[in-house]
Design a binder for this molecule. Structure first.
Ligand code: GDP
Ligand code: MG
Length: 371
């Protein structure tokens, strides 16, 4: 919480301390020159002397969004779990593959718990965590990318062995390449009559993905999501890639993450799933995401268990936001709720301004059309 001494405030405004003290008295604040004024009071006084805007600006500027998302020093980084997205053409078996992965890795202690749908899940493979994002609806995912949200490290590209590379497969390849994401190809439906993995490999080469056993560096794993075959091998490959890439983050800073899902729950109010990317998100943290601010008043992991902290790569569902944030938007932890509200308000004003501009452009277009 920011504060200032009475004499310092007088100094800043280049007025006499006694003048300031008498003004404080008229406002019902009894103070001497060495007394601390909280930010609100200081703001009120400054306003009386015509300084309102400047003071407020300084406070917000050193907490602006860009400055919150600073890069960490190399020595502060420590390993974090890889974040994996399963992608591929419709009906090639994305959902089945994710289910197979989840089911093979449910430990006895977790078996009783019902996996919550929060848009992501954490899986334990031989003591190592891997985070899987549920392939979001096509549109939601495109919107996320449009906003530059780059949250995945590894794409598991599912291709049905009895089909081939289809439009959405190509799209997934392009998106992954553009984002610099590693691709592991899961050749699925190997149990099917017409399965032809060699044809898939041939087609992959046409998109610059040359399989390892053909002399390239693209990992391909034959699987059957339906029969639960090849899933362990697929997980091993994910761990291997993660080990090679050494994904890292700094857990010791204010958290920055990305909203991967958000909705309005009748009972709980706005709920959002956050993938933490930097720092550690904590219960009680003041946060801001776009035009939405709040304070985390509950946090749950993908098993529905209440948690107090979430480190980098970990997905958590949070409660306590003022409104439903947009998926793909970043979320930042700030010093306190007031700052969060200030920033959200600024974002809201910006959004309004842009909307007005758009409308002006629209009416201008309409004007030209009518000429
Ligand atoms: P998605 O649209 O990519 O999520 O595909 P789904 O996981 O929903 O699967 C589409 C269909 O393919 C479903 O009928 C699945 O049962 C079936 N399927 C998925 N994996 C396999 C597999 O390994 N073998 C066979 N035979 N069928 C599969
Ligand atoms: Mg599906």
């Amino acid at each position: 919480e920011k504060s200032i001494l009475v004499r310092d405030l007088a100094d800043k405004m280049k007025i006499n301390t006694t003048e300031l003290i008498s003004k404080l008295i008229t406002l019902g604040v009894m103070a001497n020159q060495n007394q601390e004024l909280d930010f609100d009071t200081a703001l009120l006084i400054a306003d009386e002397f015509g300084f309102n805007v400047k003071l407020k600006e300084t406070n917000v500027i050193d907490n602006n969004l860009e400055s919150l998302d600073y890069e960490d020093k190399e020595e502060d980084l420590i390993p974090r779990p890889p974040v994996v997205t399963v992608m591929g053409h419709v009906d090639h078996g994305k959902t089945s593959t994710l289910d197979a992965i989840r089911n093979t890795r449910v430990t006895k202690s977790e078996a009783g718990g019902i996996t919550q749908h929060i848009g992501a899940s954490t899986i334990n493979i031989n003591g190592q965590k891997v985070v899987f994002l549920d392939t979001p609806g096509h549109e939601a995912f495109t919107a996320m990318r449009a906003r530059g949200a780059n949250i995945t490290d590894i794409t598991v590209l599912v291709v049905a062995a009895d089909d081939g590379i289809m439009p959405q497969t190509v799209e997934a390849i392009n998106h992954s390449k553009n984002a610099g994401v590693e691709i592991i190809v899961a050749i699925n439906k190997m149990d099917k009559e017409g399965a032809n993995p060699d044809r898939i490999k041939q087609e992959l080469t046409e998109y610059g993905l040359v399989p390892e056993d053909w002399g390239g560096d693209t990992i391909t794993v034959p699987i059957s999501a339906k029969k639960n075959e090849g899933i362990d091998e697929l997980l091993e490959m994910i761990l291997m890639v993660a080990e090679m890439q050494e994904y890292k983050a700094n857990p010791n800073r204010k958290a920055v993450g990305t909203i991967i899902e958000a909705k309005l729950d009748k009972g709980k109010g706005p709920v959002a799933t956050v993938l933490v990317q930097k720092g550690t998100l904590k219960f009680g943290d003041a946060v801001v995401s776009g035009c939405v601010s709040g304070k985390i008043r509950a946090m749950f992991d993908d098993k529905g268990k209440s948690v107090k902290k979430a480190k980098p790569s970990i997905p958590v569902q949070i409660l306590g936001l003022s409104d439903v944030p947009e998926s793909g938007d970043k979320i930042y932890v700030v010093d306190d709720e007031k700052i969060a509200r200030n920033i959200a308000q600024k974002e809201q004003d910006k959004a309004k301004e842009e909307k007005v501009k758009k409308q002006e452009n629209l009416s201008l277009d309409a004007l030209f059309d009518s000429i």
